[in-house]
Design a protein around this ligand. Structure first.
Ligand code: ZN
Length: 358
């Protein structure tokens, strides 16, 4: 009887531990809505029904730091969750936003923010230029946000690319152009360019080396122990360096190494897409980049054509572990590596003139 009683006490003590930890606030991050896993298919000619897409609180990093993301299965560009993650730090000092989601879902994004705070929207930082991250810039500037970004992102935005059909480039929407501008300093990687102290949190805007684009910024929330790492890492589909906008696969390696220095073992890393990770999850990703760079370089040095390098199916060992694996995603990745290992064009005003492949 005595032994049983002791055993029972022991179990009760064990059970009490998680409750105690929870009461101390260690239960964050909280996943409210997990990202979709797929597989997803869309019929030919499918058009994204933007009005059906909901922007929701999908993760909570602290009591006043929430992550927003869109519905799954509706947006073929991002079927696991429409748009690119946005974040909102809120409280009596107003709202600080990281990225905006797409232009078409601006109202839904604001509605999601208004579901948890009525504070004025004051600050917006853009992690990179892609429309699923900056599309609603002008909308949120009209709500009162002052927009921050790297100078290269501002340059990219001031010079929109020509339309594919030979039409001239559309004029940039000046209301959405960032005005709080800073640069990446290669002599001090990881150094915050801007720091805000508000709503009980300290937030660092840390400019990155050219990696996903030439104008990347990661955003560190010191108290919540979380870093928004945007899109140089992804775990839905293969890596994407937007080289035309100054991105670089080798820069993605440097970005991974910098995160390894900036993050602690328990720091939550928040990619623009896919699932939340810790810094150890970057290791297999980094190893894949190194492996594919070496293999493609060897083939290209031997004079192998892009077509034959694609046919070599170098990503095969990674397909099983890569969620959202599609032919398009792996071909894009291999083509980027092929273009980077020889005669890689330099960045001019945030852009590279990349070769065209028929
Ligand atoms: Zn992106």
């Amino acid at each position: 009887m005595k032994r049983h009683a002791l055993l029972f006490l022991g179990l009760a003590a064990l059970a009490a531990v998680p409750a105690l930890v929870r009461s101390q606030g260690a239960a964050y991050p909280i996943t409210v809505i997990p990202t979709g896993k797929g597989p997803y298919t869309f019929p030919q000619g499918y058009q994204t029904p933007w009005d059906k897409i909901e922007i929701m609180v999908t993760e909570k990093m602290s009591p006043n730091l929430f992550v927003l993301h869109g519905s799954q299965g509706l947006d073929p560009a991002h079927p696991d969750a429409s748009g690119g993650r946005a974040m909102a730090l809120f409280g009596s000092d107003g709202v600080l936003m990281v990225d905006t989601e797409n232009r078409q879902t601006a109202e839904q994004t604001l509605k999601a923010i208004r579901s948890f705070t009525s504070a004025p929207i004051r600050i917006l930082v853009n992690t990179h230029i892609h429309p699923d991250h900056t599309g609603a810039n002008a909308f949120f500037a009209k709500q009162g946000a002052i927009i921050f970004s790297q100078e290269d992102l501002q340059s990219e935005m001031l010079r929109p690319p020509a339309r594919g059909n030979g039409q001239p480039a559309p004029a940039p929407d000046m209301a959405g152009i960032p005005v709080g501008i800073y640069k990446y300093n290669p002599a001090a990687p990881g150094q915050p360019a801007v720091t805000f102290t508000m709503n009980g949190e300290t937030v660092d805007f840390i400019p990155m080396m050219p990696s996903h684009t030439a104008g990347d910024t990661i955003v560190r929330f010191r108290k919540a122990n979380a870093i928004y790492i945007e899109d140089f890492y992804r775990n839905f589909g293969y890596p994407f360096a937007d080289q035309a906008n100054g991105g670089s696969i080798k820069g993605m390696l440097d970005a991974s190494d910098l995160i390894a220095k900036l993050a602690g073992p328990d720091t939550t890393l928040i990619p623009g897409h896919g699932t939340l990770i810790k810094k150890n999850d970057l290791l297999p990703y980094r190893a894949m980049l190194v492996d594919i760079l070496a293999k493609v370089k060897t083939l290209r040095d031997q004079g192998t054509s892009l077509k034959d390098v694609l046919a070599a199916n170098l990503t095969a060992p990674y397909d099983k572990a890569t969620q959202g694996d599609t032919q398009q995603s792996k071909d894009r990745f291999i083509t980027e590596v092929y273009d980077e290992v020889k005669d890689f064009p330099p960045i001019v005003d945030g852009k590279r003139t990349m070769p065209r492949h028929p």
